[in-house]
Design a protein around this ligand. Structure first.
Ligand code: T1G
Length: 692
């Protein structure tokens, strides 16, 4: 065995050279890997005793792409493009032996090999678009030549991988290896040599791209099909253009065009934001005072108290990954309704082909309903998901304290109540934690892990590990009203409610927020989730537009009208002159002068309070780092990922600009707008949130 670099070794199995990469954690294509591949392939090609070369990786995966941590730093030779030229121009066949995730530059490397084999659990993809980029080492030119233009467009603009079986069907793999990958790949090499199978250079395979030549409709139709989903993003269109170049240009020209488009994206603000978000979503798992080797609770069985919308959705998260759940309700009819909703959700997935009927039954078999809370005695974790009433929660936690086994985790799904107060109502506050799921709980990836004063480190670490198991992105937050996300969100709601009294009507505010990049504006959103959340008829006094609308039974889409009106069966909001009149009258009755308010002021008054509240949350220690707050907003509130998150975005706007504006509004509207001391300090020190 010859060490080519400290992460690449060259070995021989008979006449087959084996170039093995070992660059944990994901064999990213850093300089030592690139240099090792270039030198290793060159050495093997010179070695007369070598007739073919296998490229394989140690550890969890084949190369998962370029080293993103090095982006923005001066490039070091050999660049990936040069390394891939060396591979593709080899006169001896080179076989990529794939396991794990051949992503990005890893798949681009495999595409320059002459053959590709993989184990059946392997996944292959070009996820660069998720980083605001495009495949920059020939992926946009080679993938369409193998799988065809339409499939390549889908894979490159979605960034989603395909499995080995599909890759084999698409011609992206030559064989699926059963058993040991290395020996299977060596045997495959020997086979193609003995059969004298022709070596194929993907860059010379033009049939599939030529077949699309002169058919611009392929690209126009595809652009239309992704328009809604990619609104505001720059990278998807660049991906389409470069695949179009693969069809209309010679390979070399197409490669140059790809490089040019890649550089534009790499230097652009969107990729910086999306790469920031990528690392933020990994950083969030690191909790400052909890060591990586903290002992974890063994969670094999769960229980959920409450079979309502949240309880049902939470239950699905567990049974989706094979963790059985005991679902508790107080009455049989409520339990049956809850179980029915779970089954209906799965039937919809099955109807869409996402699940087989067998998988539906397997998952349903994992949930056991009961009206007796005693049934949770053997659960390793119990999640209370009843409505937001502190007395009821305390009553339930007292029972859980009596019933549950000693090392059970007792969690509340409360979205804003005091977890410490709940914990102190038990004899085991160290076992109590908040697990704030976002509705719909079986869809939204965000989970706020609410850490009580006495919650043990092991319960926090176990909750974080559980989150990854149930495919959630979890953020540890402290106890305060609304924790992090809802506390910040309520600032925006306060301001947008005020704005419509002063000038813009809901459609204008909604458009500004939608154009900023959110999936929908605040009033359309309120109609969707229901105006009456937290509203009580008995205590309503018509003191806000929302209360007035609820009192008129205009509670949102579910009643056919809220801020907007909706035709039967339609979700399309139609502005209602009735509400316009009602708002005008409300302003008049409350002596609130109305006038023109610019889109810029709408943004400042809707978004800057979010940033200011985030700064307060940081100085109170309710969130561990600014990027944790951004992860919450990216995954729970639809903040556009190409803007990175409120704290990242605030740094781009400039904290000084934000501070000046906050002070201006403080003079106009009072201390609601008082800047957070942390914001003042950072501006004084010439720093940003990124420096925390
Ligand atoms: N570069 C550097 N570090 C990376 C990395 C990468 N490409 N991918 C992951 N890591 C780190 C990650 O930060 C974490 O570090 C650890 O590895 C485990 O990651 C030229 C330009 C491969 C599916 O976009 O999708 O190639 O927190 O927690 O859940 O065209 O990582 O432990 O210190 O995510 O098992 C294209 C991104 C790059 C793949 C594994 N490739 N990575 O998931 O582990 S651009 C990607 C992933 C490119 C070319 C272009 C996932 C994974 P730490 P993890 P995982």
């Amino acid at each position: 065995m010859t060490a080519i670099t400290d992460v690449v070794n060259l070995d021989k199995e008979g006449e087959i050279a084996v170039l093995s990469i070992n660059n944990p954690p994901v064999n990213a294509l850093g300089i030592a890997v690139r240099q090792g591949i270039a030198d290793g392939v060159t050495a093997a090609c010179k070695d007369e005793g070598v007739t073919a070369i296998v490229i394989i990786c140690q550890g969890r995966t084949f190369m998962a792409g370029a080293d993103i941590t090095k982006f923005g730093k001066p490039p070091r030779e050999p660049g990936l493009g040069r390394v891939l030229e060396i591979i593709e121009s080899s006169r001896k066949p080179i076989i990529a032996a794939i396991h794990g995730t051949a992503f990005g530059g890893g798949l681009e490397t495999a595409l320059t090999c002459h053959f590709r084999v993989a184990v059946d659990s392997a996944r292959l993809g070009l996820p660069e678009v998720k980083l605001g980029l495009l495949p920059g080492a020939g992926g946009t030119q080679r993938l369409p030549r193998v799988v065809g233009v339409e499939k390549a467009l889908k894979m490159i603009t979605s960034g989603n991988p395909i499995g080995a079986k599909e890759a084999l069907e698409d011609g992206l793999l030559d064989e699926i290896i059963k058993g040991d990958l290395l020996s299977g790949a060596v045997a495959f090499a020997e086979t193609i040599l003995s059969e004298k199978r022709p070596m194929l250079r993907v860059s010379e395979m033009n049939e599939k791209v030529e077949a699309a030549r002169g058919k611009p409709e392929i690209f126009e139709n595809f652009r239309k099909s992704i328009a809604r989903k990619t609104r505001g993003f720059n990278a998807p269109e660049a991906c389409v253009k470069t695949v179009e170049a693969a069809v209309n240009m010679a390979f070399g020209e197409g490669l140059k065009f790809e490089r040019q488009q890649f550089e534009i994206l790499m230097k652009g603000p969107q990729s910086a934001a999306q790469r920031y978000a990528f690392f933020a979503e990994r950083e969030v798992r690191k909790i400052p005072d909890i060591p990586k080797d903290t002992p974890l609770h063994d969670i094999r069985k769960a229980a959920v108290i409450g079979a309502g919308t949240m309880g049902g959705g939470i239950t699905m998260n567990f049974i989706n990954v094979g963790i059985p759940v005991t679902l508790i309700e107080q009455r049989k009819d409520l339990l049956e309704r809850g179980m029915g909703v779970i089954r209906k959700n799965y039937d919809i997935s099955a109807a869409r082909g996402r699940l087989t009927p067998k998988e539906v039954e397997e998952r349903m078999s994992l949930v056991t309903g009961s009206v007796s809370i005693e049934e949770v005695a053997d659960a390793d974790i119990v999640i209370e998901a009843v409505y937001e009433n502190m007395d009821l929660k305390k009553e339930i936690f007292s029972k859980l304290d009596r019933i549950c086994k000693q090392d059970a985790i007792l969690a509340s799904n409360t979205s804003y109540l005091d977890v410490n107060e709940i914990a102190d109502h038990t004899s085991r506050p160290e076992s109590v934690v908040g697990l704030h799921f976002f509705s719909p709980a079986n869809v939204m990836r965000l989970l706020e892990i609410v850490r009580g004063k006495k919650t043990s480190k092991s319960v926090i670490a176990s909750s974080m590990a559980l989150a990854k198991r149930i495919n959630k992105i979890a953020v540890v937050v402290g106890v305060c009203h609304g924790f992090v996300g809802n506390r910040m969100f309520s600032q925006r709601t306060r301001e947008t409610d005020q704005l419509i009294l002063e000038g813009p009507m809901p459609p204008q505010v909604d458009k500004v927020i939608y154009d900023f990049g959110f999936p929908m504006g605040p009033f359309v959103l309120r109609d969707l989730i229901g105006l009456d959340i937290g509203w009580r008829k008995e205590t309503s006094t018509g003191s806000t537009i929302r209360e007035v609308l609820c009192e008129l039974d205009r509670r949102g889409q579910k009643t056919g009208a809220g801020y907007y009106k909706y035709e039967a069966g339609s979700r399309i909001p139609i502005w209602d002159p009735e509400v316009e009149k009602l708002i005008f009258e409300f302003s008049e009755k409350n002596n609130i002068p109305r006038g023109e308010i610019s889109g810029k002021e709408i943004i400042e008054r809707s978004i800057y309070p979010i940033v200011n509240e985030g700064a307060k949350i940081l100085e109170e220690g309710i969130a561990n780092r600014p990027s944790d707050i951004d992860v919450i907003w990216l995954n729970g509130y639809g903040w556009p990922i190409y803007l990175g998150g409120p704290m990242f975005w605030a740094d781009q706007v400039g904290l000084e600009n934000i501070l000046v504006t906050l002070k201006k509004f403080q003079e106009r509207f009072g201390d609601l707008w008082k800047p957070a001391p942390l914001l003042e300090r950072l501006v004084k020190e010439g720093k940003g949130f990124k420096d925390l």
